[in-house]
Design a binder for this molecule. Structure first.
Ligand code: PHE
Length: 448
């Protein structure tokens, strides 16, 4: 990716390469670690229903908005917003880069725990006392080493560039993830007690549907899961050819992301209910998956061990491809703004984030707090993106039509109307709620 040196921006080689890279960004810990427990908290089926609704009504228009800014400018967020909106808008670009820093710093820590669970699973099996094991995995030097390992891998992939690094990694890794997850869902179906899990997961409790807190949580989860609100999809689309039908791609990406989250729920819930460990899960949010599932795997003996290892491998794959996309936002910005060569930008950005990550790596309370903060920053970033594309940037609609098929073209006016009138108030509402949640989390964790 000697883009800035010779003026030729490196592009994705294939349609599948772009889609899998974007899906790789979207699919990650957000789907498999966050979605199932947020869904359970939010009233099961009611949450799932709201989530689908918000993915369609807010997620897809917002993704298309980011695509139009990225491909329209062929720049990373800071330069893109400056080019299409003037110097003040570059501030939003800087905010995106900072959000990328913050998310990757703790995301990589959680990904590190996952690696440790996978390796332990292979070498010694899953823990008999999962609560205690979670404590061991998340304290002392262990989380730090694994976090550094994840960061090193991420830096390596990003430094190889779009085609050789990001696209190739996604083409190999994403099918692996899909395969493992589908296998796991079929296996979970065969468990005694699976039915109870499905019921809990999907039973509608319609009272929750109108609860504003649930609504804003579903919106926040949608941004998080679709990698929206921090210029990630914007950056990827800056490597996209003009022939791409961005409307169609955004639907494909959103549908795949939802599919993976939904299937993850079909794995997690039966396992939890088959073993009657629902109590453990609602205790700790960040720890739920890590305490509940290994406990389940250990009770299921040798089969459980194999299945558990596969589950954690799928989780690593998802987490690494998402981490790559987070670092790419930072790196692309450093390349475009400061004309760094790609490798230097990857190392500089990555090392800085790795150092920042030492903080959440050493405190679970802080990590939980940063997770809430990330959600709020994404919502805020999404709000300004909607304002930008709806009211500031000229030519967004034309960019959306470029390369689009008839069906996508016909949707553009509807999308633009949504971006102008529906998204800003709804996202603002979600943003306010998300920042309130940060304060609540802070108080409960630090008693301030
Ligand atoms: N979408 C990723 C996930 O679900 C997380 C992420 C958020 C990645 C924002 C990039 C940007 O795990």
């Amino acid at each position: 990716m000697q883009s800035s040196q010779n003026g030729e921006r490196e592009l994705f080689k294939s349609r599948a390469g772009f889609i899998l890279a974007a899906v790789g960004s979207a699919v990650g810990l957000g789907n498999m670690w966050r979605f199932p427990y947020v869904a359970a908290e939010g009233g099961g089926a009611a949450f799932v229903f709201l989530y689908i609704l918000l993915t369609l009504s807010i997620g897809i228009p917002l993704m298309l908005s980011e695509f139009s800014v990225g491909r329209g400018s062929r720049l990373s967020p800071i330069g893109a917003l400056r080019k299409l909106g003037g110097p003040w808008w570059s501030i939003l670009g800087y905010m995106y880069v900072i959000t990328g820093f913050i998310i990757l710093a703790y995301y990589s820590v959680i990904a590190g725990w996952v690696v440790r669970y996978a390796i332990d699973g292979i070498l010694v099996g899953f823990p008999v006392d999962p609560g205690e094991q979670f404590g061991i995995v998340t304290t002392g030097m262990s989380p730090i080493w694994y976090h550094l390992g994840i960061m090193a891998t991420t830096i390596l992939i990003v430094s190889l560039g779009v085609q050789k690094g990001i696209e190739r990694a996604a083409l190999v890794l994403m099918p692996v993830l899909f395969g493992i997850l589908i296998f796991l869902a079929i296996w979970a179906f065969t468990l005694d007690g699976a039915m109870e899990g499905y019921v809990e997961y999907l039973r509608p409790s319609l009272g929750e549907l109108l609860n504003p807190k649930i609504l804003s949580q579903a919106a926040g989860q949608a941004f998080y899961s679709l990698s929206l609100g921090m210029g990630c999809m914007l950056t990827f689309s800056s490597y996209l050819s003009d022939k791409t039908d961005m409307g169609r791609e955004s639907v494909t990406i959103a549908a795949s992301d939802f599919g993976v989250a939904f299937i993850a729920g079909l794995v997690v819930f039966p396992v939890i209910y088959a073993l009657g460990i629902q109590g453990d899960v609602s205790e700790s949010t960040v720890g739920a998956l890590f305490i509940a599932l290994p406990g389940a795997f250990v009770e299921m003996g040798a089969v459980g061990r194999v299945v558990g290892i596969l589950f954690f491998i799928a989780l690593i794959v998802g987490a690494v491809t998402s981490a790559v996309s987070l670092l790419e936002v930072v790196v692309a910005s450093v390349i475009d703004e400061f004309k760094f060569p790609r490798r230097a930008a990857s190392i500089a950005g990555g090392v800085l984030i790795a150092i920042m990550g030492l903080i959440p790596a050493s405190s679970l309370d802080l990590l939980g707090l940063v997770d809430k903060l990330a959600e709020a920053m994404l919502a805020l970033g999404a709000f300004f993106m909607a304002i930008f594309v709806g009211w500031v940037a000229v030519g967004a609609a034309d960019e959306m039509k470029k390369g689009a098929g008839e069906r996508s073209k016909r949707m553009v006016p509807l999308v633009m109307t949504a971006v102008r009138f529906v998204l800003p108030p709804m996202i603002l509402f979600a943003t306010v709620y998300a920042f309130i949640a940060v304060v609540v989390e802070y108080r409960s964790a630090f008693g301030g």
